[in-house]
Ligand binder design. Sequence first.
Ligand SMILES: *[C@@H]1O[C@H](CO)[C@@H](O)[C@H](O)[C@H]1NC(C)=O
Ligand SMILES: *[C@@H]1O[C@H](CO)[C@@H](O)[C@H](O)[C@H]1NC(C)=O
Ligand SMILES: *[C@@H]1O[C@H](CO)[C@@H](O)[C@H](O)[C@H]1NC(C)=O
Ligand SMILES: *[C@@H]1O[C@H](CO)[C@@H](O)[C@H](O)[C@H]1NC(C)=O
Ligand SMILES: *[C@@H]1O[C@H](CO)[C@@H](O)[C@H](O)[C@H]1NC(C)=O
Length: 366
Amino acid sequence: MAPTLALLLLCQVALYTTVTSKKVCGRPSITEGIDKATLKRVYEVGEEVTLTCEQGYMPSVANPQRITCTATGEWTQSNLACSPKMCPIPRPLQPLAMGRTEAPFRSVLNFTCDDGYVIQGANHSRCLHDGTWSNPAPLCKAVNCRLPSPPRDGRIVHNKPITGSTTTYGQSWTYECNPPKAPSYERGSCMANGSVTEPPVCRDVSCPIPVGIPNGIITFAVMRQHGYKEKVKYACNEHYVLEGEAEIQCQNTGNWSSKPVCRAPCTVGIKRGRIFYNAKKLWIADLKPNRVLHGEHVVFYCLNRAEECGYPVASTCNNGTLPIPECFEEPGRVEYTLKAKSLPSEITMCAASPPASPTSPTARSA
Ligand SMILES: *[C@@H]1O[C@H](CO)[C@@H](O)[C@H](O)[C@H]1NC(C)=O
Ligand SMILES: *[C@@H]1O[C@H](CO)[C@@H](O)[C@H](O)[C@H]1NC(C)=O
Ligand SMILES: *[C@@H]1O[C@H](CO)[C@@H](O)[C@H](O)[C@H]1NC(C)=O
Ligand SMILES: *[C@@H]1O[C@H](CO)[C@@H](O)[C@H](O)[C@H]1NC(C)=O
Ligand SMILES: *[C@@H]1O[C@H](CO)[C@@H](O)[C@H](O)[C@H]1NC(C)=O
């Protein structure tokens, strides 16, 4: 767990007014980092001053910079610029510092830990004049909680075995009661504020007599009220597809978990034409019986008039409804018998993806 960090970059701008008069120079105007401790307010013409960088700053030029107060009351030019020493930001913290790899002299890093973690070490660090940090980066350690208490007439089942006499933030467990009683809640954990979930109470629950589902049956159940964790199993009538869990369970709330649903099969609603279904290209008359299951795909063939080629358009059976793509044109009886070879499913397939047809309601599939 890496500490979170806020970065404060100090930016000092030094402002000095230059007092000018005929015979004297005012204090020279200086930029950030130039040592001003030894500077006077007023200098005589001809006086010299050597500019240096203050502690924590590095000079841009090697030689000492000497400036002179001239007869006009102005100082000669100086080339000196002072740049702050930089402290390298520890690599693990760089993402938190928005990718910065270093911070200038006098920067402060503030450290905090996420909820559920306590800081070990200093909560801030300062970039010192020698380019080092005043404090190392701290660690964030997960909060400890006491061991949880089991419910009366029950026990605790830990996800992971507990070692020692404490639990840590994020650990969780399950409460169980002596059958047939059920716990008022089933999960507990060590929380961010260091407290553990109070034990639940064990009580009797019963779920109502299970009821059937449309287009399905209960395959295994005794028609009575059921106790905690008892199960009932469902199945769908032939050709119906079950969605959800086939088996439901009596919960500690006295409700059943959600029942599955049975989705209806579809009929392919065309009389003439060829489809692609179940990895086979077949004439609709050969689909016997005319039935596809919920969730299955059926591909129809449409005509690209401009290029005189055919292209496939897929449709999916959804609980009894299989939409026919709008671009599909069912051939007339004569056309079907006499000119079957010219149907979109029989002519050349379009090479590239066909021009987007605004009337096509479903996504095309190859
Ligand atoms: C860092 O902490 C100090 C003192 O707690 C506070 O004055 C300063 O504003 C904080 N800096 C940032 C960038 O949060
Ligand atoms: C750091 O801890 C001190 C007390 O130890 C506290 O006064 C200060 O506000 C903390 N600073 C930050 C940034 O959390
Ligand atoms: C700890 O947090 C939990 C949930 O956030 C809360 O119910 C409980 O009262 C808190 N306990 C203490 C001692 O603050
Ligand atoms: C249990 O059923 C009751 C109504 O019988 C309902 O109010 C409650 O929300 C259900 N609880 C759950 C967890 O589904
Ligand atoms: C499936 O279709 C049947 C009959 O058309 C309908 O009663 C049922 O509500 C549908 N199920 C869903 C989940 O849409």
